[in-house]
Design a binder for this molecule. Structure first.
Ligand SMILES: [Zn+2]
Length: 65
């Protein structure tokens, strides 16, 4: 493999606008201004809530049989 000497740019997905942000030492999104850590935490909370709802639905459906 050729040695290019390039360092991959660290990108982070903004949960606010779903775009990849070049961090460059920033903690907020250059596109929508969202706080990346806060948006990520909210996304995780939404995922957890979605899993709980899916589990409850699965249990409810199992009870129908
Ligand atoms: Zn954003």
């Amino acid at each position: 493999m050729a040695e290019t000497g390039r360092i991959p740019v660290p990108l982070r997905l903004c949960r606010g606008c779903r775009r990849f942000v070049n961090l460059d030492g920033r903690e907020d999104c250059v596109f929508c201004g969202a706080d990346l850590a806060a948006a990520e935490a909210e996304h995780e909370a939404n995922l957890a809530e979605m899993r709980r709802a899916a589990d409850a639905l699965r249990e409810a459906l199992a009870g129908l049989r």
